[in-house]
Design a protein. Sequence first.
Length: 265
Amino acid sequence: MKPTVTKLYSILSLIALTLGLSLPLAQAHHGQDFLTVEGYEIPSTFKGILFSDFEWSRTDGSNEYGIEPGLLLGLFPRTSLDIETHFGREAEGDWRYTSVTPALIFQLTSPDSDSPFRVAVSLGYEFADEADSGEEHHEEADHHEEEPEHHATGGHQHGVSGFEGRVILEYSTGDWLFGGNFIVDTTEDGDFSYGYSAGVRYRINKTFATGLEAEGDFADHGSHELIAGVYFEPIHQTVIKLGAGFGLTEESPDFALHLGLVYRF
């Protein structure tokens, strides 16, 4: 179904708001190179990256939105601190803060190595907002227990407290970059969910690149999304990432738009 002019205006306004909130701070996220794949690159000691990611998705005629600003700060050689916050709006709901997730990222292979293959790990904990802990929250929890096979895309569940781990793999050759993440999340009850993000990126020139990404869950009824992306780097410090995603299963969004903004300092 085609969205109304009012809905289109709302979407454009939200994108503009994201740009307005993010650009004065500068940005960067999971991979300055991808939209959904967390990358191997981290800032050097006492350097940093500011980022903001925006997502709009449409499922069965309903719209959902998410904004995820954050900071990646170099602490020691091959070690950085990643702090991400998430705000979301579900269909017919209001914008609300959902979580903050601090994590440490460790480069297991040396950035000085000549090898095109690189490995890193990310270990963190999501502190979810517990404001909606009333009857409605318990009803949602009961529903989740009845259908444990449903997980958020990529194995990640915003608004659920628990540990998060990610194995980060990258391989580069010429103008091609391949990235992949294996994701493990837990809940406070000790349940596990598993997911993945993977992408391939081709550098057209020093300013533009294009790529294809996929993310999803390792579950019987998991969500899987395929995303076509373009990446624009007008100057070394700044990256703008745009993507259009399409769901591959009934549990996936029908369509999604992704926007990522990155600034290195």
